[in-house]
Write a protein that binds this ligand. Structure first.
Ligand code: FAD
Length: 479
């Protein structure tokens, strides 16, 4: 069965979803609010009007990339299975194994061009509302979806005419009906910031900070970090132990007077121990404690008793799932960063298969997982692959949730795949009747994680897993 499918977003998830859906015989339209494909990988020096990212009416920017960003995965393990992320020999390209962000964008753009996905995309078209189509009597919902989008010009005008005035900003709203929606909007855009003084223990890295209203320094979220220069000669506090905190703290240490990193320690006895100097740095301190309070005179007091005078606090406290356009009458909601209920992180049981999400899980290599999730969605939509009944899916979700409650893990870890990566991938592979995750990919990920913790400064440039690269190339030769 072929369906009319709206894919929202032309980042890596939306591109591969469009490819898999079309391969399965569906008619696909991809909505993309930016001017080009690539999603997060479209770097911009622009930042948001509210650097902390809490003002709901701020000017928003999609990408969280900083200028110097290099991938944290080796290219072989990062790429799609159908389109390996090979080294391009051209002089202009970045041939490093852990390339800079521009190279990832080149790779995604080439994929979109070679697989003719670009022609499915309506650029500069933002989806502003997605809602269920109701029966004419206003009663029960149908299986269809109404999509309202705001476009800088109509698709027809984009295709067939040329405007002389580049600056002409003409918005057109379009209302359309689709059989299915695949949401691929990413989840590294909406900063997760504590409602300071209101919410305790809001996220791993954060805690109530008393006095923040009167503290004279600048606060920002890592979403709005681009280059180190604005922090020259400053004393900067970073909150969090994420990859971004690790990268940013190392980069700014070269220009700042001091860097202090507040890391939440699960070991409560560590919280009162003195900060330690980061090996290899003479101006960076690691505090295994949070900020306890801040004062009007610019001082920042840590739980470990240290008092410093800081210019800036950078919150590296992660992001929220955010679907401002989606109206499901409460069937799908986001609660403490759990998007739910979702069967296998993809289908809401009572709206499946006409609504699905690609890219919700984290702590996994995103691209190959997007690929498999998309294959499953495409096959289910054409009735080639059968889903369990809504009740059965709901039961599965509930038993999954109760495991979380028993383990004591907070809801916000619901979509953290981590150690279940192989199990999750292979479960989807069975559904899609395709191959399990490659052994070399798993081993490469493990060796990267290991190196990243043992040699954080050099893991991108010094490695010992050349044999795995050979295995990857061997596999690709048989594609
Ligand atoms: P995105 O890339 O965010 O794309 C979503 C798209 O949806 C965007 O183009 C956006 O404009 C569009 N969109 C959103 N809302 C709408 C709307 N209403 N209407 C129309 N269009 C809309 N992954 C790796 O594999 N390797 C790495 O090294 C790596 N490093 C990272 C470093 C940082 C700092 C961050 C933030 C992420 C990193 N990631 C990395 C993860 C990265 O997010 C994924 O690689 C990938 O970009 C996610 O793809 P996506 O398509 O789900 O979302």
């Amino acid at each position: 069965m072929s369906r009319n499918v709206a894919v929202i977003g032309a980042g890596p998830a939306g591109l591969i979803a469009a490819h898999e859906l079309r391969l399965e015989g569906h008619k696909v339209v991809v909505f993309e609010q930016q001017k080009q494909v690539g999603g997060t990988w479209v770097y911009t020096p622009q930042t948001e009007s509210d650097p902390l990212g809490v003002d709901p009416v701020r000017n928003t920017v999609h990408s969280s990339l900083y200028h110097s960003l290099r991938t944290n995965l080796p290219r072989e393990a990062m790429g799609f299975r159908v389109y390996p992320f090979r080294v391009n020999d051209s002089e202009k390209r970045d041939g490093r194994r852990f390339p800079g962000h521009r190279e990832v964008l080149e790779y995604l753009t080439e994929f979109a061009n070679e697989f003719e996905i670009v022609e499915l995309v309506r650029f500069e078209t933002q989806v502003v509302h997605v809602g269920m189509v109701m029966e004419p009597d206003g009663g029960s919902p149908t299986k269809n979806w109404r999509v309202r989008s705001k476009s800088k010009s109509t698709p027809r005008k984009r295709d067939y005419s040329h405007s002389d005035d580049e600056n002409e900003e003409e918005f057109v709203e379009i209302d359309e009906i689709y059989d299915a929606i695949v949401v691929c909007v990413g989840h590294y855009k909406e900063p997760r910031v504590a409602q300071i003084q209101d919410i305790e223990d809001y996220c791993d890295a954060f805690q109530v900070v008393a006095g923040i209203d009167v503290w004279p320094g600048k606060q920002m979220h890592s979403h709005n970090y681009r280059i180190p220069e604005p922090f020259r000669d400053q004393v900067v506090v970073l909150i969090g132990a994420s990859m971004s905190a690790a990268d940013i703290s190392r980069e700014i240490a070269a220009v700042t007077k001091q860097v202090h990193i507040a890391i939440r320690s699960v070991d409560t006895t560590r919280r009162s121990t003195a900060p330690s100097i980061r090996p290899g740095y003479d101006n960076t301190w690691l505090h295994y404690s949070m900020i306890e309070r801040v004062h009007e005179d610019g001082s920042v007091v840590f739980e470990d008793g240290t008092v410093i005078f800081a210019h800036t606090i950078i919150h590296c406290t992660g992001y929220e799932y955010h679907f401002p356009f989606l109206e499901t009458n409460g069937i799908v909601s986001v609660d403490d960063n759990r998007v739910g209920p979702l069967y296998k992180h993809i289908f809401p049981p009572y709206l499946a298969p006409s609504l699905s999400f690609v890219g919700i899980p984290w702590k996994l290599p995103p691209f190959p997982f997007f690929e498999l999730q998309s294959k499953w969605i495409a096959g289910v939509l054409s009735n080639r692959i059968q889903l369990p009944t809504a009740e059965e899916m709901m039961k599965d979700v509930e038993s999954f949730y109760s495991k979380y409650e028993i383990s004591g893990l907070p809801k916000r870890y619901t979509h953290c795949i981590g150690e279940s990566l192989i199990e999750y991938y292979n479960w989807l592979s069975v559904e899609c009747e395709c191959e399990f995750i490659e052994e070399w990919r798993i081993n490469m990920l493990l060796s990267t994680i290991n190196r990243g913790s043992l040699q954080p400064e050099t893991y991108r440039d010094i490695w010992e897993d050349d044999h795995l690269i050979l295995q990857a190339h061997h596999d690709w030769n048989h594609l």
